[in-house]
Design a protein around this ligand. Sequence first.
Ligand SMILES: *[C@@H]1O[C@H](CO)[C@@H](O)[C@H](O)[C@H]1NC(C)=O
Ligand SMILES: *[C@@H]1O[C@H](CO)[C@@H](O)[C@H](O)[C@H]1NC(C)=O
Ligand SMILES: *[C@@H]1O[C@H](CO)[C@@H](O)[C@H](O)[C@H]1NC(C)=O
Ligand SMILES: *[C@@H]1O[C@H](CO)[C@@H](O)[C@H](O)[C@H]1NC(C)=O
Ligand SMILES: *[C@@H]1O[C@H](CO)[C@@H](O)[C@H](O)[C@H]1NC(C)=O
Length: 235
Amino acid sequence: MKTLIVQVPVLLFLINCVPTTSQSPAAAPAPPGPPNVTAILEKDGHFTVFIKLLQSTKVADNLNSQLNTSNQGLTILAPPDTAFSGLKVGMLNSFTEDQQVDLAQFHVLPYYLPQSRFQTASNPLNTEAGGSSQLLAMNVTTIGNQVNITTGETNATVSSTIYDDNELAVYQVDKVLLPLRFYVPLPPPPPSPPPPKKAAPKASPAYSGPVDSHGAKRQPGRVILAMICVMLAVQ
Ligand SMILES: *[C@@H]1O[C@H](CO)[C@@H](O)[C@H](O)[C@H]1NC(C)=O
Ligand SMILES: *[C@@H]1O[C@H](CO)[C@@H](O)[C@H](O)[C@H]1NC(C)=O
Ligand SMILES: *[C@@H]1O[C@H](CO)[C@@H](O)[C@H](O)[C@H]1NC(C)=O
Ligand SMILES: *[C@@H]1O[C@H](CO)[C@@H](O)[C@H](O)[C@H]1NC(C)=O
Ligand SMILES: *[C@@H]1O[C@H](CO)[C@@H](O)[C@H](O)[C@H]1NC(C)=O
């Protein structure tokens, strides 16, 4: 009897200890779950505007959940505050909401690209915003360790590695990468679908916005409406 009473607390103690001991490896204990992109940028201290852009566009949330669910990893090309202050005054605020989302996603490659592989990356690089057909891609050139990026609108240099854990890489770039899409109209779409009757609302002059799908969306609505009319008529 006596021995049992003594053993139960000892057992409980051991059970409680197990997770604690197994969670402290020799290396610095990693926080549970995927790395937090905003926290990494915040820690550096030089990315306040970029963080605001990622948060106001909700792109930050997507990045964190992508890291949790995809095994491709991510690469972030992060412009520091000095790069944003190099933009023309008021430029960032002049972008539409859609453009701001594109701009944030344009600084993200949907896979992990280690520094050593910039050299062999094949141009153009697609971004989270899109690919070259949407003018939302970039080209990389390297000489030795130097990595340059051109979007057709911005020439930038990768200036340092902020973070790299073999799944997520965060590099600092010296300029805000402006997508060519903001400045060059998209090539005209194939002529097959009939143009929508109503003119699309105008965005900023050179920006043609996401592909308009109003024409395609309206048709099913009409069909359903017609079906309802027929059903009512039958009754
Ligand atoms: C990531 O870090 C930011 C800033 O430290 C925090 O506000 C946010 O809640 C974190 N997100 C997750 C998913 O932990
Ligand atoms: C990551 O995914 C797991 C389950 O797949 C979930 O329990 C956890 O809350 C997620 N963490 C974040 C930070 O999204
Ligand atoms: C990168 O751009 C700088 C000028 O901005 C240039 O001097 C350098 O040669 C370029 N390097 C590569 C690898 O293209
Ligand atoms: C990027 O590279 C592709 C293929 O080499 C080329 O067709 C395209 O014009 C380049 N774009 C820019 C902006 O340099
Ligand atoms: C970017 O670099 C290319 C070639 O190095 C040059 O032709 C182009 O004018 C530069 N563009 C800008 C915006 O600096």
